[in-house]
Design a protein around this ligand. Structure first.
Ligand code: NAP
Length: 489
């Protein structure tokens, strides 16, 4: 089958190791489906332990010279990479929508965000300053310098197949590290497109390698191999825990961007229309499949009924369609399992007294489509109070007091993003300080930007991506004590 991107150099179906494109050593492949239609987009190599070992060797060899490049040289490479992404934004967005399902408008936004991360880290490459520290001894000087950690293993999820890699590839290159990347099997083409982009940008062979195939084998090799110094992972908390356990055996540095269970609190004094607009944006982006998507909406009793009315109207107006169709706001879910989970969570809520006021069933467009759904009268015993929904269900709970809302919001092992709406300045500070989350949107439902630190508290992870902190995880601090500096007697 042909696609608008079939002949594009960015649509790659091979591994990229040491600057060369290749198949899996076994010759085996895995098929990749378009979630909107179920048609096969193409295949990818079913690589594993051996291919990962080869990629690590390539990255290890490349590190010797790449770590010696100047910050200005790496910044220039990243600037070129940034321009290439912008020049090819449309085809990169088409590939992304085809494999992931999100509306083209969102895919364009994601590719634009990838470019923004690359430009940001092109700038940060030149600012990895060290320190001269006042010495407690005469005749000695104390310096702290920063140097690249070495070979980095990066594993990413399917929901943002372009930008989750951007947040890792860009700071790694900026710092002078080399990498082995493993994109999600359901959305590998945006990951392989990064390899083509890096090649075209003149990033030296072996600096960025991309392997696809068995997650278990690739993850095991990346975490066990002593030539890998750091693991950076974005994905579910369950897989993050497996990788943390494995990486402990060789004491690697780790960054973890894991699952969320975002509360969205609307106080009686909120701007109601703004709150509804924020809830729609933060709940239904990517059909509810983002780690910062609103999972639980808490509304104070004084405005509960009016909020439900407005949210129901706005949700019913959302346009469902294939991502490639103009005007689509909600595309398919990534696969049948995701649709089944949404169905189960909905049935559980209805059995426990939840009231469906918008949507509520699978959509006629295809097996992976589900109507955006609002459930009123949600209660804490329903499964989605604890579990990440990752789909277009918006449960609305009722609360009475500020402290009650804070307690409900914090009653989870997750701590990635949260949102609340109020016009009271004192409350804005009190509540944002009390919420146990790494990211807080106050009167804002979409807050991700390359200039701000992204990451979670509690079981949502460790480390931060983006911002001036995003490069820190790719740098080791070295303390140098220079002695014998007193004048010769
Ligand atoms: P996932 O199942 O954890 O998979 C993520 C990646 O890990 C994929 O590349 C997957 O490979 C790989 N993987 C799976 N099992 C593995 C193993 N045993 N060893 C090594 N790698 C393994 O997550 P997902 O379903 O793709 O993504 C959704 C999750 O990601 C949600 O929980 C979401 O909240 C989280 N997320 C977090 C952030 C953040 O910044 N905090 C951002 C986006 C998403 P295969 O594809 O081959 O299975």
């Amino acid at each position: 089958m042909t696609h608008p991107f079939s002949d594009s150099p960015f649509f790659r179906q091979q591994l990229y190791i040491g600057g060369k494109w290749s198949d899996a050593l076994s010759g085996k492949t895995l098929a990749v489906e378009d979630p909107a239609t179920g048609t096969i987009l193409g295949s990818i190599p079913n690589g594993g332990t051996e291919e990962t070992r080869l990629a690590i060797e390539a990255a290890h060899t490349a590190f010797k010279s790449f770590s010696q490049t100047t910050a200005a040289e790496r910044a220039d490479m990243l600037r070129l990479l940034h321009q290439l992404i912008l020049d090819n934004k449309e085809v990169l967005a088409q590939i992304l929508t085809a494999e992931q399902g999100k509306p083209l408008s969102e895919a364009r936004g994601e590719v634009g965000m990838s470019a923004a991360y690359v430009l940001w880290f092109a700038e940060e490459a030149r600012r990895t300053y060290g320190e001269i520290i006042p010495s407690p001894w005469q005749g000695r000087r104390i310096m702290a310098t920063r140097q690249p950690v070495g070979v980095v293993g990066a594993i990413t999820p399917w929901n943002f197949p372009s930008s989750m890699l951007a947040r890792k590839i860009a700071p790694a290159i900026a710092a002078g590290c080399t990498m082995v990347c493993k994109p999600a099997t359901q959305t590998p083409y945006s990951g392989l497109a990064w390899a083509e982009l890096c090649e075209q940008a003149g990033i030296p062979a072996g600096v960025v390698n991309v392997v696809t195939g068995s997650a278990r084998e690739i993850g095991a090799e990346l975490t066990a191999n002593p030539k890998v110094q750091k693991i950076t992972f974005t994905g579910s908390t369950d897989v993050g825990k497996v990788l943390l356990t494995q990486a402990a055996q060789t004491v690697k540095k780790v960054s973890m961007e894991l699952g969320g269970n975002a509360p969205f609190i609307v106080f009686d004094d909120a701007d109601l229309d703004r709150a509804v607009e924020g809830a729609i944006a933060s709940k239904f982006r990517n059909a509810g499949q983002t780690c910062v998507c609103t999972n639980r909406i808490y509304v104070q009793s004084g405005i509960y009924d009016r909020f439900i009315d407005k949210l129901t109207t706005a949700t019913a107006a959302l346009q469902i369609g294939r991502g490639t169709e103009a005007g689509t706001e909600i595309g398919p879910l990534v696969d049948g399992n995701s649709v089944d989970k949404v169905d189960e969570l909905l049935a559980d809520a209805v059995a426990k007294g939840g009231r469906v006021v918008a949507g509520g069933k699978r959509h006629a467009l295809g097996a992976n489509f589900f109507e955006p759904t609002v459930i009123a009268d949600a209660t804490s015993d329903m499964r989605f109070a604890r579990e990440e929904i990752f789909g277009p269900l918006a449960p609305v709970f009722r609360f009475e007091t500020e402290q009650g809302a804070i307690d409900l919001a914090n009653d989870t092992e997750f701590g990635l993003a949260c949102y609340f709406y109020t016009k009271d300045l004192g409350r804005a500070f009190r509540v944002s300080e009390a919420l146990e989350y790494g990211i807080v949107g106050v009167n804002e439902g979409l807050v991700t930007t390359e200039v701000a630190p992204f990451g979670g508290f509690k079981e949502s992870g460790m480390g931060r991506e983006g911002s001036l902190h995003g490069i820190a995880d790719y740098l080791e601090i070295k303390y140098v004590c220079m002695g014998g500096l007193n004048a010769a007697s």
